[in-house]
Design a protein around this ligand. Structure first.
Ligand code: PHE
Length: 351
């Protein structure tokens, strides 16, 4: 090898590197040029046989060749990597190496969480879960519940009527249901007694909103029809349900309450599950020890008869749980307007 041959050898080596089409070809060329018994090694081995004058030039040339080849190989590898990425991107600018954005995950609404828990409790007691329309007929929301059109009890619930307004002549009597009790009437029409049912659902009332009143909220109706049903069954059911829902025995009391579709009608209070006995600073019961939990009563015979059920054989009880209110109690939510306010910072707290 003469020093003048070094230039040719270098040009040939670089041409071989740049001719490589992929990583494995490049590896083979690298082995040939720089590996054991390769071109550079051969050059260095030949130095001993050279004339003294050429030794230095060939030695330096061999080292320079090695550096040149290494640099060319590194450059080629970088180009291969860029090509690979471009292929992955499909040429559309998508860069899989960038850090991804976190996918926002939803969570269950507190009303859904409480509603499902209550459903589970009643399902375990042999109840079936029913559904009904939110846009309802006057008949199911009022008349079939013993609230005829001239009955003063209609004033208890401020109703959203649908257009056209009911003027008594065109028979237009659609409304947004003011309670889930309308599904009592629907159930009585289609189910064969005996049966037990709950109806979770959304109800609507036209009223001024504040921390405890909302135009849209959630209830859960309960209806049991059987033979020889008594107030004792109603109380027993409520106690069982409270025990399951709160995980311990909770005392209840009944006060008289008026609803045209139950007789006798009651307001059922539960001993405040959130305060110690006698505590007068409880945020929930304000020291009264009782919380108003659920209006209820024995189904009025007129309701059963209108639905064609023989009241000599069948009777029953009904109750109306405030699911929105239970969610507020359960999670310490102070303003009912948070529930449907749609603020993600509020909703993200529940899962
Ligand atoms: N539907 C009544 C209300 O919303 C509650 C209720 C249900 C009362 C069942 C008695 C029996 O106010």
């Amino acid at each position: 090898m003469k020093p003048e041959d070094l230039e040719r050898l270098s040009a040939e080596s670089l041409a071989r590197v740049s001719a490589c089409a992929d990583g494995s070809a490049l590896a083979a060329v690298e082995r040939d040029l720089l590996g054991k018994g390769g071109v550079v090694a051969g050059l260095l081995a030949s130095i001993g046989g050279l004339e003294a004058a050429d030794r230095r030039a060939v030695g330096e040339g061999a080292n320079a060749l090695k550096q040149t080849v290494l640099a060319a190989i590194a450059e080629r590898e970088t180009a291969f990597e860029a090509e690979r990425l471009e292929m992955e991107r499909g040429g559309d600018g998508f860069d899989p190496t960038l850090v991804g954005t976190r996918e926002a995950r939803g969570s269950l609404h507190p009303v859904t969480l409480v509603s499902r828990q209550l459903e589970d409790v009643f399902l375990s007691m042999g109840y079936r879960v029913l559904d009904g329309p939110e846009v309802e007929l006057d008949h199911y929301n009022f008349v079939g519940l013993n609230i005829p059109s001239d009955h003063p009890a209609r004033d208890m619930q401020d109703t959203f009527w649908c257009e056209p307004a009911p003027d008594g002549t065109d028979g237009a009597d659609l409304l947004l249901r003011t309670h889930t009790s309308c599904v009592q009437v629907r159930a009585l029409e289609v189910l064969e007694p005996p049966f037990r049912a709950i109806v979770p659902g959304r109800v609507f009332r036209q009223e001024a909103t504040d921390a405890t009143h909302e135009h849209t909220f959630h209830q859960m109706e309960g209806l049991v029809v059987g033979q020889g049903i008594t107030v004792g069954h109603l109380i027993g059911t409520m106690r069982t349900f409270l025990r399951e829902a709160f995980g311990r025995e909770i005392e209840v009391r009944l006060r008289p309450g008026y609803f045209p579709f139950v007789e006798p009608g009651f307001e059922l209070d539960a001993a405040c599950p959130f305060c110690e006995e006698g505590a007068d600073s409880c945020r929930v019961c304000k020291g009264s020890r009782w919380i108003e939990l659920c209006p209820c009563g024995m189904v009025h015979p007129a309701v059963l008869e209108m639905a064609g059920i023989d009241t000599d054989v069948w009777n029953g009880f009904a109750f109306g749980l405030g699911v929105s209110r239970m969610a507020m109690l359960r999670y310490g939510i102070e303003d009912i307007r948070h529930l449907l306010g749609g603020d993600l910072r509020f909703l993200e707290q529940f899962s």
